[in-house]
Design a protein around this ligand. Structure first.
Ligand SMILES: [Zn+2]
Length: 295
């Protein structure tokens, strides 16, 4: 800032009618320029004195005399200085919007967005062992009960009679032989969590699902920080954060550890990177559930 501009802005500064970033620039200039600092202090002192002067009733003719004086001295078309313009109410909103945009640009430069930091440590050749079955014998479907709460059901079908065991993290849910389509209503999702379901069929194949309490209505881009988690814990946390159902087909290596840090990343983008690291294939079931299958 130049001294000349500083002097022009002194009154506006004292009145606090200039934009905060400009005021900050003035303070910066005053800190480094003795002349301007002195001038600012002088004007501030005059203003203080003026505010301390008791008001007296002016003579009736004073107003007319002042207005005449102003009319005589003022240039024919007074040019508005830009900051006067900017801080008139009519323009204040536009000016505030411009400042806000500037602030957002500065902010977004400081904050790292759309970042994925991911590392996978695995002892096994394949972090998720592929299943032997060729067809997925189960799918999950959400439905709403009268209270409006979201519940999940599991629909299973097998071309040849297959013994299937269904359990959650905490309890067995069902076991039996599935031939034609069998529908099972799953227990209520614990609040603020996800329902983790395991479906195991008789040839040793296993499928895991993480079903959220509520499905996201719009795309979420949460911040996720996971340190040294198992594959199951990682997928559970992702399902919770994104409010999206996830299914993992194949047995996860229990020793594999995942570190994950994301900011402002879409689910599809994040899963793409994770699937690549874990050697998984991503597909989308017709109900929107993301299915991760070992290659
Ligand atoms: Zn100066």
């Amino acid at each position: 800032m130049q001294c000349e501009q500083f002097r022009e802005l002194i009154s506006a500064y004292i009145e606090q009618s200039i934009a905060p970033p400009l005021a900050a620039k003035m303070e910066e200039h005053a800190a480094g320029c003795r002349t301007c600092r002195t001038e600012l202090e002088d004007v501030q002192q005059v203003w203080r004195m003026m505010s301390e002067v008791r008001l007296v009733e002016p003579p009736a003719s004073l107003h007319a005399r002042i207005m005449q004086e102003v009319a005589d001295r003022a240039p024919a078309t007074p040019a508005l200085r830009w900051w006067e313009l900017a801080w008139r109410p009519r323009f204040a909103f536009a000016a505030a919007a411009v400042l806000m945009v500037a602030a957002l640009i500065l902010w977004s430069r400081n904050v790292q967005t759309d970042a994925i930091a991911l590392s996978v440590v695995t002892s096994a050749g394949s972090p998720v062992a592929p299943i032997k079955a060729t067809a997925l014998p189960a799918r999950f479907e959400p439905f709403r009960v009268e209270t409006g709460h979201l519940r999940w059901m599991l629909k299973m079908s097998a071309s040849i009679p297959t013994a299937i065991e269904v359990s959650t993290e905490t309890q067995p849910v069902w076991s039996g032989v599935v031939g034609r389509e069998t529908t099972l209503v799953l227990p209520q999702v614990p609040s603020a969590s996800v329902l983790a379901v395991q479906v195991r069929w008789d040839d040793g194949n296993v499928l895991r699902a993480w079903l959220p309490v509520e499905l996201a209505q719009e795309e979420r881009r949460p911040v996720l920080i996971l340190r040294s988690k198992s594959i199951e814990e990682t997928l559970s946390a992702i399902s919770r954060a994104y409010a999206a159902p996830l299914v993992l087909v194949g047995e996860a290596d229990p020793l594999t550890r995942v570190n994950l840090e994301t900011t402002g990343v879409a689910l599809s983008e994040m899963l793409k990177e994770l699937a690549e690291k874990l050697n998984l294939e991503i597909s989308r079931a017709e109900d929107g559930t993301t299915v991760l299958t070992a290659r």
